[in-house]
Design a protein around this ligand. Structure first.
Ligand code: AHG
Ligand code: MN
Ligand code: MN
Length: 334
């Protein structure tokens, strides 16, 4: 007889019992992320039928067009976390400032940063989407958190992960002891453990990047992409290009099969496009926990000192050796 599947709920309880000091707050937070995933997946499935595709007509703090689904997903995170005593502060790509909870509401010891909908250019064409989350601890009981309390290096994350809305819905997370993936079984509404202790291959054969920006990249970056296209059996080249426009989906492919995702700086945007606090840091923690590497090209993502909430950062992430090769090209060593 096959093994009875392990649900996210059971898995969390099992992991919690391995940490004697655990109060269950973190477990509560993670199952609430799972619930958020179910709600967003439900909205995405029907989006084309109930007039929630397209834009709101507004731009967010990053100057980007806001999709109706960006706003809906952001609202889902807020409603799920504001009132349950799981967190004390929330910040997201879609909100200019950090949100703290009214003083008389129950306060949790965690701060949650999130990208409520990642890859939102994919909403209108039924392509994959994601959501990314980063969990930080707030230690000071004397006062409520302020935005600068959130500006911690990625190394200080307590947990991080993502939801992937693809042909199935997945929750992938790490709490610092490896990376685990759960797939939503829609008929029973449960996440089941489908990928325990994910390990990323040391080298892959796939690269993901928006090559339309090639002429805005630094010479080292251009040289690297040219190198990937040259045929060479010994190093597995040429690599295959695979780019979905959804960071979560592209990183998920690389996490499972190896390879590299990169969004480098550009001549007029040296910091690139992706955000440190709720895109690069959480994915860097996941990928490092799986044995991979995440870099700006010159330093480890998790060691970047954040200066502001919506800070952008160049991101090279994936198999260890592939990221090392990019670093060598960027730093002029190859
Ligand atoms: P978001 O939808 O949260 O703004 O993120 C979009 C990100 C990321 O998901 C993707 O890899 C990248 O931006 C795509 O950018 P380009 O359209 O420039 O390729
Ligand atoms: Mn994003
Ligand atoms: Mn987003």
């Amino acid at each position: 007889m096959g093994q009875f599947p392990l649900t996210l709920g059971r898995f969390i309880i099992r992991s919690q019992s391995q940490h004697p000091g655990a109060t269950g707050e973190f477990s509560g937070l993670l199952s609430q992320i799972g619930l958020v995933g179910k709600v967003i997946a439900h909205d995405l499935r029907r989006a084309g039928l109930i007039n929630i595709l397209g834009t709101t007509g507004e731009t967010n703090v990053q100057g980007e067009t806001v999709k109706k689904l960006d706003e809906i997903a952001n609202g889902t995170f807020l409603r799920a976390f504001q009132q349950h005593g799981l967190v004390c502060a929330l910040a997201s790509e879609e909100m200019e400032r950090m949100v703290s909870l009214p003083e008389n509401w129950p306060q949790g010891k965690y701060m949650l940063l999130f990208d409520p909908l990642d890859g939102s250019s994919n909403t209108d064409c039924n392509m994959p989407l994601g959501a990314i989350f980063s969990v930080l601890r707030y230690e000071n009981n004397d006062r409520q958190p302020v935005e600068s309390d959130m500006l911690k290096k990625g190394l200080e994350q307590v947990a991080a992960g993502y939801l992937l809305f693809g042909s199935s819905t997945m929750l992938v997370y790490t709490a610092g002891h490896g990376v685990h993936g759960f797939t939503l079984e829609p008929s029973i509404g449960e996440y089941l453990l489908s990928h325990e202790q994910i390990r990323i291959p040391d080298r892959g054969k796939v690269y993901a990047a928006n090559e339309g920006n090639y002429h805005k990249w630094a010479p080292g970056m251009q040289k690297y992409v040219d190198y990937l296209k040259v045929s060479d059996k010994a190093t597995g080249r040429p690599y295959s290009g695979r780019y979905s426009g959804c960071l979560v989906a592209d990183v998920h492919r690389v996490l499972l099969g190896g390879g590299v995702y990169f969004y480098p700086g550009e001549t007029d945007k040296p910091e690139g496009k992706l955000r440190l606090m709720y895109e690069a840091n959480p994915l860097a923690m996941v990928v490092e926990q799986a044995g991979g590497r995440a870099s700006t090209g010159t330093m480890r993502i998790l060691e970047v000192e954040p200066k502001k909430l919506h800070q952008r950062v160049p991101l090279m992430i994936g198999s260890k050796q592939d990221v090392e090769t990019i670093e060598a090209f960027i730093q002029g060593r190859s």
